[in-house]
Design a protein around this ligand. Structure first.
Ligand SMILES: [Zn+2]
Length: 99
């Protein structure tokens, strides 16, 4: 948890640092794949929100693609099993669009 939080804080300050961004996405994917709830816990939600950009990234490495696939599946499962997460997810999506 500490590493990903630190990466998120740095990423907010260094928006143009691509290396940092890709590191954040890699660590973030591993982190979220081990979390049961992505949205109803405020601390995790901040990370999930930022991770939503993963879906718009071009990923060329074969193993990254597999991971992104697992990541999406995991998110769908999470949203099916927790009502609190669905509510927060909808709010989070709206906040993203207004950014
Ligand atoms: Zn939840």
């Amino acid at each position: 948890m500490d590493e990903i939080k630190e990466l998120l804080a740095r990423k907010m300050m260094e928006e143009d640092n691509e290396e940092l961004a890709s590191r954040f996405y890699n660590v973030g994917m591993d982190f979220l794949l081990n979390e049961r709830c992505w949205w109803c816990k405020p601390e995790v939600k901040e990370i999930s929100k930022e991770m939503m950009y993963v879906f718009s990234l071009e990923l060329n490495e074969g193993d990254a693609t597999d991971k992104v696939f697992r990541f999406k599946r995991k998110m769908e499962d999470n949203l099916k099993t927790c009502g609190g997460c669905i509510t927060e997810y909808v709010i989070g999506k709206r906040e993203l669009r207004e950014k």
